[in-house]
Ligand binder design. Structure first.
Ligand SMILES: CC(C)(COP(=O)(O)OP(=O)(O)OC[C@H]1O[C@@H](n2cnc3c(N)ncnc32)[C@H](O)[C@@H]1OP(=O)(O)O)[C@@H](O)C(=O)NCCC(=O)NCCS
Length: 205
């Protein structure tokens, strides 16, 4: 059994708290951005999120939706142990598949053979990461998104809820793929892409 402290007190923290309990590990408490916060989900807030290096005796998990914030806090870490949160109802192939430290794989997500998921990624509820995908560090595959085979998702890219990505597509770093989008061509410029087929969002003048 692992003793785990969650960094973050928002929506991601709730979901990861549940995974820790479902996995039979122990949730010790939280580190918060707000120094005045005292408790969350009936557990103590033990300090500020930037104090993470004081808690090296525990397993830590960065449960923060914003990828830039996750990256910034991960960069502060010095010798901490990152917890990898895998829901018992996630399906992860045993055939040459890896999930990096500090990542979360939520209930009913599927990760198929030869897929590689980086560090501090979120593979959300019911997301499908097909064979030979590469999901780079800090990326997020939202609820019910579907990545066909041999897709590459760049660092800090966020695939929105219910989006679909055709097989063999590369999406570069720092992209937001909107809810329900269908990506049928490579995306090589960071930005926000929506629609079917997905294209850059049109900003009004
Ligand atoms: C793509 C997204 C980030 C854009 O948000 P935004 O920058 O605030 O953009 P706006 O809501 O101002 O919309 C701008 C325009 O794009 C359109 N648009 C926004 N999201 C869209 C989407 N997913 N598909 C199609 N069109 C979309 C809007 O209708 C609007 O069009 P208009 O200018 O003609 O009225 C957001 O709508 C989205 O899809 N987020 C995904 C959230 C998600 O998946 N959460 C996961 C939780 S697990």
């Amino acid at each position: 059994m692992k003793d785990v402290i969650i960094i973050g007190t928002g929506e991601q923290a709730k979901i990861v708290a549940d995974i820790i309990l479902c996995a039979g590990d122990r949730l010790i408490g939280f580190l918060a951005g707000d120094p005045k916060m005292r408790s969350f989900l009936d557990r103590p807030v033990l300090g500020k999120d930037t104090d993470l290096n004081r808690f090296r005796d525990y397993w830590l998990f960065l449960a923060i939706g914003n990828a830039d914030s996750r990256e910034r806090l991960a960069a502060l870490a010095d010798g901490v142990k990152w917890y990898t949160a895998i829901h018992p109802a996630a399906v992860i192939s045993r055939l040459n598949t890896s999930v990096g430290e500090g990542s979360a794989v939520m209930a009913n997500a599927v990760i198929n053979p030869f897929a590689r998921v980086g560090r501090h990624c979120i593979i959300n509820t019911g997301a499908i990461v097909e064979h030979d995908n590469v999901i780079e560090d800090f990326a997020h595959v939202s609820v019910g998104a579907r990545l066909a085979g041999e897709v590459r998702v760049g660092r800090k890219t966020w695939i929105g809820v219910g989006a679909t990505v055709r097989n063999g597509i590369c999406i570069c770093e720092n992209c937001m793929i909107g809810a329900g989008a269908v990506v049928v061509g490579d995306i090589t410029e960071p930005g926000t892409y929506v629609g079917v087929p997905a294209g850059p969002i049109e900003k009004k003048a």
